[in-house]
Design a protein around this ligand. Structure first.
Ligand code: ZN
Length: 403
């Protein structure tokens, strides 16, 4: 990501004074997203709001949001106080006026959780609301990210507060974080070859191998979107990469085709149609870009910056694809014609993490199938992926270190 470009643009923009709280904002909505591994709470209001948060973990765990005096209009009902059921890490919520000049929203937690970030946002897209966004994480690490890893590796992949914060503190020693996404899993086997080989097993085994190769190089941190045979929604795979602050996302798949003579690997990046979908998905999921969290800038500026981030992400995705294809060929891995392809695959929709989807070969071609299960060929594939990643980060190393 070209942070320097964004920084330069921001410096050119005149500073603007923050908006003071107007009297009597109306809280019009309270929304929950995510699940037990991360819960997002979005508070909608008709005017900008300042807020403060407090958490208490002793006894009953809760997060308290202090607001100036507001009007509560939740669920179409205007009331002085009320309560309801939460989702994910939030068991229930309560709201009331706290004094003549302040109001309070209390989130009673199911289990201890920490507030990893909170920020206010102006209206965006078709949504006319101002928003306060709170992200909660369990105090225990997410099992899927640490399962079956050595202590050293577990600490390498555990999300740090810096990774989740909107603007991480600069850390020159920060190694790039690669998120590898083994396609399919659990009830979704993916493609199945005539001999009964399942895509979900191939992708997981090769993902682990690539992870071990990258970690052994000492140059990267690696997280997998799944470490065992489980079903994970596509949205959750992208969300995991984003919330960890991934620098590169690689989704692994193996193709199937009606014609058993078709073989070879191909690399997909986001298509033009996919970009439109990406914008919809971004708003639906409240995927906030770092540049959007500064409400001191006019909304138009944040929109321009968000657009730049997405374009830069697309450029970087293509640049990695262009490095991966020759690296695979050097590793003796056959390629499909028109090896670099574009599609609107859901896992490619992250607005701020460069992403490719690697179709490693055809389960329906006997020679490809043999390669996909051969230890020696798999090792060469992992070498090729490492070489491409080395190439990708060598040029950007100084820029990435600034993140
Ligand atoms: Zn697949």
């Amino acid at each position: 990501m070209s942070r320097w470009l964004l920084t330069a643009l921001l410096l050119l923009w005149p500073a603007l004074t923050a908006v003071a709280d107007p009297p009597s904002s109306r809280i019009t909505g309270l929304r929950f997203g995510g699940g037990q591994s991360q819960t997002r709470i979005v508070i909608d209001s008709d005017k900008p709001l300042t807020f403060q948060t407090f958490s208490s973990q002793g006894g009953e765990a809760r997060i308290v949001v202090e607001l100036p005096k507001v009007r509560w209009s939740l669920g179409g009902l205007t009331a002085e106080s009320g309560q309801g059921d939460g989702e994910g890490l939030v068991q229930t919520y309560r709201y009331a006026h706290n004094s003549s000049s302040s109001s309070r929203l209390t989130l009673d937690l199911r289990s201890p959780a920490r507030l990893v970030r909170s920020f206010a946002l102006p209206p965006a897209g078709d949504d006319p609301h101002y928003r306060i966004v709170l992200d909660l994480r369990p105090i225990e690490p997410t099992p899927a990210l640490t399962a079956k890893t050595s202590p050293e590796r577990a600490s390498a992949v555990r999300p740090s507060p810096q990774a989740a914060a909107p603007r991480p503190a600069p850390d020159p020693s920060r190694r790039p974080l690669i998120v590898i996404d083994p396609g399919h899993g659990g009830r979704d086997p993916g493609a199945v070859s005539s001999s009964g080989l399942r895509e979900k097993d191939v992708t997981l085994e090769i993902a682990r191998l690539i992870r071990d190769e990258l970690v052994a190089s000492g140059r990267y941190r690696v997280a997998l979107t799944r470490t065992r045979d489980e079903f994970i929604e596509l949205e959750a795979r992208v969300e995991r990469a984003r919330s960890l602050g991934a620098d590169l996302f690689i989704s692994l798949h193996a193709d199937a085709g009606p014609n058993s003579s078709v073989r070879g690997a191909s690399v997909y990046t986001l298509s033009a149609e996919g970009e439109k979908r990406a914008e919809e998905v971004r708003h639906r999921n409240d995927w906030i870009l770092d540049v959007e969290t500064d409400s001191s800038r006019p909304r138009e500026v944040n929109d321009i910056l968000a657009d730049l981030v997405q374009r830069e992400t697309k450029t970087q995705s293509s640049r990695f694809a262009q490095m991966l294809i020759p690296a695979l060929s050097d590793a003796g891995w056959p390629a499909l014609a028109n090896t670099h392809r574009k599609r609107g695959f859901f896992v490619l929709l992250s607005p701020d993490v460069p992403a490719v989807l690697l179709e490693m070969g055809f389960m329906t071609h006997p020679a490809d199938e043999a390669m996909l299960v051969s230890d020696a060929r798999r090792a060469r594939l992992a070498d090729g992926v490492l070489a491409a990643i080395d190439g990708f980060f060598s040029r950007d190393a100084p820029l990435l270190a600034e993140r």
